[in-house]
Design a protein around this ligand. Structure first.
Ligand code: MG
Ligand code: MG
Ligand code: MG
Length: 309
């Protein structure tokens, strides 16, 4: 059976390009595999669209129901971020760089997770170890994903392994200036003009189960907070709507990539709990947190300990 390789819901550039790369890896090993994503092509985030176009990569096929399929997961292992009916699928592999989620399997699988900045970095190692050459366009996608996930090496999630992978991939992809590539991606990613607030909230968004509470965390990476000055009210409206849909808390990280910090917008049944999590004080539902760049490494772990997970 063909292996459907898929990243998390609301796919980011890593989820999209890692599905392409792992499918290429399986194919090179003689297994049938197809890159998939949990998004319609037209709904793909603008950064990923730019990356696919720039490197001439095919858009992964949309998958919404995993039932009866052979599935490989990239960039996540949390059931809350999976396609529907993953329990009725045969999960054959996980390649990731997040905390291990709540997925379980009936048989042994390929499970490769490392505490590095990007799934692309893990995949780069897998190609190398297997002696498989990375196709030029696939390398370009992986390179873009590492720059995106590590915020051009500024995120605390970035490791030396990520830098080594970038040095290798830029040669294969024939990219001379990775800073310029990152700025092109940031420009696309942070464009908010004419985009409905709800789409902005869910552009890069994840739900988590925290001690029985559904907690959603979105992130917008911006070149400056001025980009959202006029739409904060609309964003709050979108958050209220998301919260009324059975969530205990909805957080939106407005991350200033240049100043290297986050304006954290919070709607919660228990705002004091969130203040405690970040040792800050909310003013009009917002607190600035200097140095906060990473949802995975800074936001989610603090919330989890505050929620007693
Ligand atoms: Mg991701
Ligand atoms: Mg990632
Ligand atoms: Mg990300």
């Amino acid at each position: 059976m063909v292996i459907s390789v898929v990243g998390h819901s609301n796919p980011d550039t890593d989820s999209v390009t890692a599905s392409i790369a792992l499918a290429a890896f399986f194919t090179a090993q003689g297994q049938e595999a197809q890159a998939c994503m949990q998004s319609a092509a037209g709904d793909l985030n603008p950064e990923s669209q730019v990356v696919l176009e720039k490197f001439g990569l095919d858009t992964p096929v949309e998958i919404s129901d995993a039932a009866g399929k052979d599935i490989a997961l990239v960039d996540f292992s949390d059931l809350a971020q999976a396609p529907a009916n993953l329990a009725d699928a045969n999960v054959v592999a996980v390649v990731d760089h997040h905390k291990v989620g709540d997925l379980t399997t009936n048989s042994p699988i390929l499970f490769r997770a490392e505490p590095v900045g990007c799934t692309g970095t893990v995949l780069c190692k897998m190609f190398k170890e297997a002696g498989i050459a990375i196709p030029k366009n696939v390398a370009g996608g992986m390179l873009a994903a590492i720059l995106s996930d590590t915020v051009n090496f500024k995120s605390p999630t970035c490791t030396d392994d990520d830098k080594v992978a970038v040095a290798e991939l830029k040669k294969i992809a024939d990219v001379a200036d990775t800073d310029a590539l990152f700025m092109d991606m940031l420009k696309a990613k942070s464009s908010v003009a004419g985009v409905p607030a709800k789409d902005l909230l869910f552009r890069d968004y994840k739900d988590f189960d925290m001690n029985g509470n559904k907690v959603g965390v979105g992130q917008l990476e911006l070149a400056t907070l001025d980009q959202v000055a006029d739409i904060r009210g609309d964003l709050m409206g979108a958050m209220e709507e998301a919260k009324s849909d059975g969530r205990h808390s909805v957080l939106l990280m407005l991350t200033d990539v240049v100043k290297e910090g986050t304006d954290l917008v919070v709607l919660s049944d228990d705002p004091a709990l969130v203040e405690k999590a970040f040792d800050g004080k909310l003013e009009n539902n917002v607190m600035w947190i200097d140095g906060m760049m990473s949802r995975k490494k800074q936001t989610v772990p603090n919330l989890q300990s505050a929620f007693g997970c």
